[in-house]
Design a protein around this ligand. Sequence first.
Ligand code: GCV
Length: 545
Amino acid sequence: MGLDLPAGPLVEQPDLDLRMLDHWDNLDGTVERGYAGNSVFFSQGEVYLGGRRLADYARLLASVGINAIALNNVNVNVDAMALLTERHLPRLGELANILNTFGVRLFLSVGFAGPIASGGLASADPLDPEVREWWSQTARKAYSFVPGLGGFLVKAGSESLPGPRDYGRDHAEGANVLAAALAPFGGLVVWRCFVYDCQQDWRDRSTDRAKAAYEEFLPLDGRFADNVVLQVKAGPMDFQVREPPSPLLGRMSHTAQMLELQLTQEYTGQQVHLCYLVPAWKEVLDFRPRTSVLGEGARVAQSVTGVAGVANIGDGPNWTGHDLAQANLYGFGRLAWDTTASAAHVASEWAGLTFGADHTTTEVICRMLMASWPAYEAYTAPLGVGWMVTPGTHYGPSPDGYEYSRWGTYHFADFAGVGVDRSTSHGTGFTAQYDEPWRSAFDDPATCPEELLLFFHHLPYGYVLRSGKTIIQHIYDSHFEGAAVAEDLLTMWRSLAGRVDVARFAAVEERLARQVLHAREWRDVINAYFYRKSGIPDEKGRPIF
Ligand code: GCV
């Protein structure tokens, strides 16, 4: 970096204790929502220990301060249920040793129905003594092979996976049975709050998926065992390009929480598009919920004991598919260590460490990174509306793709307007989950942050924004402008020809060129959709296809 070393010793204390990456890796080697190759941990049904890749990865994690990983997908399939058996535990022990050498602890995702699938029991009811005993024996066995095991990560009762509600129990009863099994070994249960009814009907405008985590978990505050940590997704829906911070964050006085972020770019361009997410994460970490629990000035970052990021790596030679997506991995580690670090500072630090100390190079890369999330937002989903992606893959535009589905992911665009009314007076009442001043701020379109306007309100296309533009004109303008920034990103990168090594230059150039084309597609599909719905032409008369 060309910086002077400090004269005396430098002592730093990380802001967050648990700095964890969640891998959604399957035993067959595939990675759910992975865009950088196959798993570095699993191949053909086995835990893979070959080569140097694992030690390199552990070293890489340690170098950015990450101290834990969950190895396997939270959607635990039948193959993965067997991870807790003698078939895989010996290798997991070896793998954990490699990680431990670098100060990284291993967690495993476990299935709530493990007692049935692996234990041969008739039920997974957490209050059933046989089930309790099965978890306790299973934990003992796991620790006998993997003494440094961090604990279990659990997705239960979500997206059709079994959970405590199947037995008339709540999430505290579900989590506590695992917690009791892990407690003798100092293990943690990381229990996810991404739980909602995925059988909705678009005609029903009162049910709101955004309300689910808060409604489900807040009443349970004080009921979780001490070694349970709730993992709360950053926003109330699901890693859209823009969402408000989850109202559950910072709201529980007796329950440890960790924030869940997504590094892998499921909804943000899948590592074909450049999308530096640190500025988005900063917004959540810096949010001040102003709850009675947290006090006036406290940030979300001060209320959580840790942060988990869904990993963006795979076995591709550059780890992240897009070379510049490494900035998200680096940035995640840096923010988990120092939540006050600025996004721009982290970007330039990463650019310098990665591409060398040439000032022009770092300056251009830093500008590209900082422009990328706003640009992606501008040419994809306007004003916080979200969910205009192709169903299943979540790549590319499909404005009505999820509009009539059961997933609760609607924008309600019609001939007159667009957006979801989540106000307390005449909408779903989601805004009531925030304390003041946020409740009132979000409730009123006049005070709602405009980037979230359509997340909270259903408004006519002619509604005038603070800029003086109507919503429909804003949609047209931002899509034209965002797609133009995608072209600028390519131009900026090309200005670095000769300053960056040939292989990386070409690889990034190829992705940016694809991004330009795909941004145009987004621009045209979304603009055409809204032109057709509203019948209102672009006041600048640009071609809308
Ligand atoms: C691991 C979204 C993703 C799923 C993911 C899920 C989750 O729905 O599309 O792939 O499953 O979130 O976070 O559990």
